[in-house]
Structures are given as structure tokens and as C-alpha cells.
Design a protein around this ligand. Structure first.
Ligand code: NAD
Length: 695
């Protein structure tokens, strides 16, 4: 049963019932249409109330039916709304809690709408690269007026029902706390005999100068939308509500909707939406796996990462204690946290009166006994196995039984770290990204012995901390940094061959990356990569890198923090200025290698760097380090500034076509440093089978 039916005081009450948010799936639509027909045929029924069970009126389309033929099976949402609107007896939508997307479109088909205060009202389709395709763009402007409706449709932002009181959207707003169905039934009885039945479609769109407004809106929305086609399409659909008769407007909306479903940019948004949901699921960790309570947290190390990580806990209202080795280091870390919050207040993102409250969640200590009772401790000390060993041995001795021992290591072997304790089941990697209080990505590193409840707790904690948690197996660099290494290697080889940093960055930024590789390296600090390369070369002397990055570091050009890196920086300014000295260094290095520098076009730069990610991603998938291709996409979207409209590296490779990706890789394998290109067996196989990473 996905809609309930009963008659109360001569009014048929149809209650959508499809948890969690009464998504309008096929079974729910069928039951609702059946209810409407039954009510029409029953002489004892004078009017009809449609409402939703539980925590929503309706959240709209059932996302489980996305991309499934069920969405197009009769009765479609259009048919349901038409049945409501054409009902010979008045239909009252009784709205509470959540009324979004198709749910709002359904309510707009009703003759009357009554609501409780506090209901979230929205048409959020634009966030999935779509527009409301069941009349929303035609009906909402008729009840809210052109400007308000356009704003809601283009932004997808929810409005509270009480903020829309007095508009034609609601015929009545019931007092808070009142019984919605009883109120709606009373309302239905009051209007039961009124004819003709009011229909939103019969209203005109109100605006003093609609065409001037729409012209301005077109320009503004187009500029803000960048590569995304949905927001401008929303404007056109709303314009049709002004310019076309209702039925024509509906057809126009439908056409635009169908066009949007086929664009790559819109598919990429839906891919990212589903990828984020999928990432929180682990095949052998069922949803009902018990989680450990996390009410108190600790962080070891108050450096760059430790202070940012502590802020995450404070922001979530979880008290956190930071352990350091010296008062000096502790004061520095706590000072950085205070300054960070003060800056947040200055930006207007934190109320001044909340500042001290937020800081009160963060304590510092030099005594490990003070953190022993924490439910979770996140280690963020120097990236040195000996230092980590000492810390984990001491944590093992001090922490209460059942505490989760997490490491923020970027490159070290989590299983070895777990081996320093007598409780490897309690050890997990929580790899935050810098700045840790800002970046959305949290790589959750599952060690060989990590307990399923510990993994489930980490996934739940990611949500509490408002992070995108993605599970990675143990390998050097985990998902994100293992792939970025190949990307950066290619960036370096391009310099040897003829490119300059600004050209490479420009090509990648035009492709859509938030930042090209050399600007990114200057931000992160070139010394970090230098140290990693030294360690790797000690393990594998044959490993090939462009030496340009080492030459840069030998000159002390560590990046923004030293005022010079791949670029020059003016004091107090993050704007990169191409450096003549660095360009000379690069050109001389090519000469030393005996390379005649060549012109390299932007398309090759993009292919070399992005396919390096794709090829390594395929290996990561095949090794089982990532559970699914979409997890890799999530890592790159949430942590590395990969362009959202391209959906992540693996999704992007599918849109290019794997045979074309493979052909390019084989071509590169015949070029400079071609031995860096060993096509991933999975890529070769999928390309041969005419398949993609997404199936
Ligand atoms: P950092 O040098 O800024 O901070 C390390 C802090 O740990 C210092 O304040 C130091 O005093 C403290 N410390 C050292 N030994 C300690 C001990 N025994 N007990 C308590 N405190 C101790 O380093 P960071 O950049 O914050 O990196 C910390 C960890 O996070 C490393 O494992 C690093 O690989 C990882 N990481 C760094 C980044 C980044 O971008 N910086 C990103 C992700 C992960």
C-alpha cells in the first residue's frame, strides 16, 4: 500500500504513504489515482483531501525510479496531476513538513491548498540539472508571481510555508501545532459546494513588466550558470508561462525537460547525486551495523591539519581536546583556531555571540590522560612512521577500551600503524583534506583488521561532520593522492617537453578544474611532494619524474608560503605571477635533457593529465582499493576540484568513450616517458567490450 484511503465527515482523505518522503513512485501514483476515482464515484464523498503520511507531504519523484521505465509508466505524474485537477469534486492538498519537486507540482494541481507553518516548499530539480517537468514552471508563477517563482525555480532553494503566506499558493495556513487533516477536512467541507472549482491554470502570471524582467533574468542567470544548461532552461520555461497559453506552456516545459535529461552536464549532476549516496554504502557492512557513540573527541597534533580537524568536531557540537607535545605548539594551534573563527565571524558566516561558544568546545592539553575517555581520537602528527608508532603505542596504552583510534596519514601504511596497537580492529584512517575545516572530502581508510562497526561509525561521523565520506582500501596515497601522483607526473613531463606552468594551469582551468596543477602545488607546498619523491625513489630508484619540481625546491621555492614557487607571489597576495626565473630553469632543463622543446596544445595537456587520472583510477578499481567507479568520481569532485559538470574522471572517461581514451593512452605510451603509460587491464577489457566504468 503506498497511499491510504478513508472517509471522514463526508471527505475522502487520500494519504500518500511511501517512506521516507512519500516519493511519487508508480505504486503511490497508482494508489492515489485509484483513490481519486473511488472518491469521485462515492456519493457519500463531497470533497477530497490529499496529504502525506509521516515526515512529508511529498518529497517529489521517487529517486529509486530515476532512469527506470517505471517513471514513464501510467499513471505518470502528469496523469496524476491531471486527475486531481479534473476531479469533479474539490481536492484540497494538506501540506506539512516537506513539499518539494513533484510533491509541490501535485499540490499545485489541487483546487485548494492548506498548510502547516514550517513546511519546506521547493522545486529543487535544477540541482539535479533538470527543471520541474510536471507543470511546476507553469503553475508556480501563477500563484507566486513571476519574480518569486523564477527565483525559487532557478535556485531550487526551499522556502518556509509561512514565508509564502498571503500568496495564492496557500488558501489557508493553519496555526502551528494544529491537527492538519482535521483542519483540512473542515476546510474541505466549507468549500465543498463552491463552483466553479478554482484551477491554478486559469490564473494569469502577475508582473508589471514581464518582458523587461525576463530579459534581465536571462542575462543574469546565464552568466551565473556557467556550463550548466538547466538554470537558463528554467528561465525559458517560466517565460513560456507568461507568453503561451497554459497547455502550450506545458508542452514547452516538457520538451525542455526532455532535452535537459540528455545533456552530459545534467547527467553529471545526477551522477554526482547518486555517487554521494552510494559512497556511504559498503557491500559487507549492512545498514543496520551497530555504530559506536561519538560524544567526545580528541585530536593529536595541533598543526595545520589537527587544528582544522578539531574545528570540524566543534562545529558539530562535539567537545574535542587537542593533545600536543609543547605548550608553544598547542598555543599556536589554538590561536589558529581562534583566528579562523574570528575570520568566519567577519565574513558574516558565524554570529559574533557564537564565537566563544564554539571555542568552548575546543580544549588543549599536554597530558594524554586528559584524552583517555574520548570516544574517538584522530592522530595528525608529523608524517613519519616512527613518530606515528610512538603516538599509537601510547594511545593504545591510554585510551579507554572501545575508543576509535584514527590516523590522518596521507601516505603511510595504515595496517602497519594498526599493528602498533593491540587493538587493530579499532584503528581506521580518517584522511581529511586541507583546509580540513573547509574541504568536503573525507577518505575513510579501511585497514585489513578495521572492525565493521568502526567503519560504520566513521561513515556516520562523516555525515555528522558534513563531509563526503568515501571508503578507500590501504595503498600508497589511497584513492585521491595515488591518482594525483600520475597527474602531477604528466604535468612535469609536459614541462620537460615544451609547456610552461601557466599554460598547463590555463588548459586545466579551461577544462573546468578549480585550479591547475602548478597553482595547486604552490598552495599545498612543493616541499611535501619533494619529501614524498625522495622516499619513493629510495624504494624504487627507477621511478621516473620530471626533475623540474626538485630543481624548484632546491631553490627554496616551496610555494605560496615562501612567496615563490612555480609562480612569484607578492607579499600578502595569492595571485600567481609567471616567473621568468622558473621559465628559464625549465627551458634549461629541457636543453640539459637534449629535448627540442615543442609547442603542446591545450587538448593534449588535458588528455595527458585527465587520462592519467582515469588510467590509475581503473587500476585502483581493479585492485579493490575503491569499491566502485563512482566513489573515485566523488573523491575527485569533493576533494580535488574536478569540474562537477564533467561528473568526475571515471564518468568523464565514459562520456569520451573508453576506446578513445585507450587509443590516446597507447599513443602517449609511444611518446616521451612513454613507460609511465601502462594501460590498466580493466580499461583495456571494458573498452574491448564496448562498456564503460558505469556499466
Ligand atoms: P604539521 O607539521 O602542521 O603539524 C603536526 C603537529 O603535530 C605539530 O604541531 C607537532 O607539534 C605535533 N606533534 C608531533 N609529534 C607529536 C606527538 N608525539 N604528540 C602530539 N603532537 C605531536 O603537520 P600537518 O600538515 O598538520 O600534517 C599532519 C598529518 O596530516 C600528517 O600525517 C600529514 O601527512 C597529514 N595530512 C596533511 C595534509 C596537509 O595538506 N598538510 C593533508 C592531509 C593529511
Amino acid at each position: 500500500m503506498s497511499a491510504d484511503y478513508h472517509v471522514q465527515d463526508g471527505v475522502a482523505v487520500i494519504t500518500l504513504n511511501n517512506p521516507p518522503v512519500n516519493g511519487l513512485g508508480l505504486a503511490t501514483r497508482t494508489a492515489a489515482v485509484d483513490g481519486l476515482r473511488r472518491a469521485a464515484a462515492d456519493p457519500a464523498v463531497r470533497a477530497i483531501v490529499v496529504t502525506g503520511a509521516g515526515k512529508a507531504f511529498s518529497g517529489g519523484a521517487d529517486i529509486r525510479e530515476f532512469n527506470s521505465p517505471k517513471a514513464l509508466t501510467e499513471p505518470t505524474l502528469h496523469t496524476l496531476i491531471r486527475t486531481v485537477e479534473d476531479s469533479p469534486k474539490p481536492v484540497v492538498a494538506a501540506i506539512h513538513t516537506v513539499c518539494m519537486g513533484g510533491g509541490l507540482e501535485l499540490a499545485l494541481g489541487a483546487h485548494y491548498r492548506v498548510a502547516l507553518p514550517g513546511a519546506q516548499v521547493a522545486l529543487p530539480e535544477v540541482k539535479l540539472g533538470l527543471l520541474p517537468g510536471a507543470g511546476g514552471t507553469q503553475r508556480l508563477p501563477r500563484v507566486l508571481g513571476l519574480e518569486k517563482a523564477l527565483d525559487m525555480i532557478v535556485s531550487g532553494t526551499p522556502a518556509k510555508s509561512e514565508s509564502l503566506a498571503g500568496t495564492l499558493l496557500f488558501d489557508a495556513l493553519l496555526p502551528a501545532g494544529s491537527e492538519l487533516v482535521a483542519g483540512a477536512v473542515d476546510f474541505a467541507n466549507e468549500i465543498a459546494e463552491r463552483r466553479p472549482l478554482p484551477k491554478v491554470r486559469d490564473l494569469a502570471v502577475e508582473h508589471a513588466d514581464a518582458h523587461a524582467f525576463l530579459a534581465a533574468a536571462r542575462a543574469k542567470v546565464k552568466a551565473a550558470a556557467g556550463p550548466f544548461p538547466a538554470p537558463p532552461a528554467c528561465v525559458e520555461a517560466v517565460a513560456a508561462a507568461v507568453d503561451k497559453p497554459f497547455e502550450e506552456g506545458l508542452l514547452f516545459e516538457r520538451d525542455l525537460f526532455l532535452q535537459l535529461t540528455t545533456t552530459t552536464e545534467s547527467k553529471a549532476l545526477r551522477h554526482a547525486f547518486f555517487a554521494e549516496r552510494a559512497a556511504s554504502k559498503v557491500a559487507d557492512v549492512p545498514a543496520d551495523t551497530p555504530v559506536r557513540p561519538v560524544a567526545r573527541a580528541a585530536v593529536v597534533g595541533a598543526g595545520t591539519m589537527g587544528s582544522g580537524i578539531a574545528m570540524n568536531f566543534a562545529n558539530a557540537g562535539i567537545p574535542v581536546t587537542i593533545l600536543e607535545t609543547s605548550q608553544d605548539a598547542l598555543d599556536k594551534g589554538l590561536g589558529a583556531i581562534r583566528r579562523n573563527y574570528e575570520a568566519t565571524v567577519k565574513k558574516g558566516k558565524l554570529a559574533p555571540e557564537q564565537l566563544e561558544g564554539r571555542l568552548a568546545f575546543v580544549q588543549g592539553t599536554l597530558d594524554i590522560a586528559d584524552i583517555a575517555q574520548a570516544d574517538i581520537v584522530v592522530e595528525a602528527v608529523f608524517e613519519d612512521l616512527a613518530v606515528k608508532e610512538d603516538v599509537f603505542r601510547r594511545l593504545d596504552a591510554a585510551m579507554k577500551p572501545g575508543a576509535i583510534l584514527a590516523s590522518n596519514t596521507s601516505t603511510l601504511d595504515l595496517d602497519r600503524i594498526a599493528g602498533f596497537t593491540a587493538r587493530p580492529q579499532d584503528v581506521i584512517g580518517l584522511h581529511f583534506f586541507s583546509p580540513a575545516n573547509v574541504m568536503k572530502l573525507l577518505e575513510i581508510v579501511r585497514g585489513a583488521a578495521t572492525g565493521k562497526d568502526v567503519l560504520a561509525t566513521a561513515l556516520a561521523l562523516a555525515k555528522t561532520l558534513r563531509k563526503t565520506g568515501v571508503v578507500s582500501g590501504v595503498c600508497d596515497g589511497f584513492i585521491g593522492n595515488r591518482m594525483i601522483e600520475q597527474y602531477l607526473r604528466q604535468a612535469g613531463f609536459l614541462l620537460d617537453e615544451g609547456a610552461l606552468p601557466a599554460q598547463v594551469d590555463r588548459a586545466m582551468e579551461r577544462f573546468g578544474f578549480a585550479m591547475g596543477p602548478f597553482r595547486m602545488a604552490d598552495l599545498a607546498g612543493n616541499d611535501i611532494g619533494w619529501a614524498i619523491r625522495k622516499r619513493k625513489r629510495a624504494q624504487d630508484p627507477g621511478l621516473q619524474y620530471s626533475q623540474t619540481a626538485d630543481l624548484l625546491c632546491e631553490r627554496g621555492r616551496f610555494g605560496q608560503k615562501t612567496g615563490a614557487g612555480w609562480y612569484d607571489y607578492a607579499a600578502g597576495d595569492r595571485a600567481p605571477h609567471p616567473s621568468v626565473a622558473v621559465e628559464e630553469m625549465i627551458v634549461r632543463h629541457s636543453a640539459d635533457l637534449g629535448i627540442a622543446r615543442r609547442a603542446i596544445d591545450d587538448a593534449e595537456i588535458v588528455e595527458r593529465l585527465v587520462y592519467a587520472l582515469v588510467n590509475e583510477g581503473a587500476k585502483i578499481l581493479e585492485d579493490g582499493i575503491a569499491q566502485r567507479a563512482s566513489d573515485i568520481d566523488m573523491v575527485y569532485l569533493a576533494g580535488y576540484g574536478f569540474p562537477l559538470f564533467r561528473g568526475g574522471p571515471m564518468f568523464y572517461a565514459d562520456t569520451v568513450g573508453l576506446p578513445a581514451v585507450l587509443a590516446a593512452i597507447e599513443r602517449f605510451a609511444g611518446g616521451y616517458r612513454g613507460d609511465a603509460w601502462v594501460p590498466a587491464p580493466l580499461l583495456v577489457r571494458l573498452a574491448g567490450e564496448g562498456r564503460g566504468f558505469g556499466g
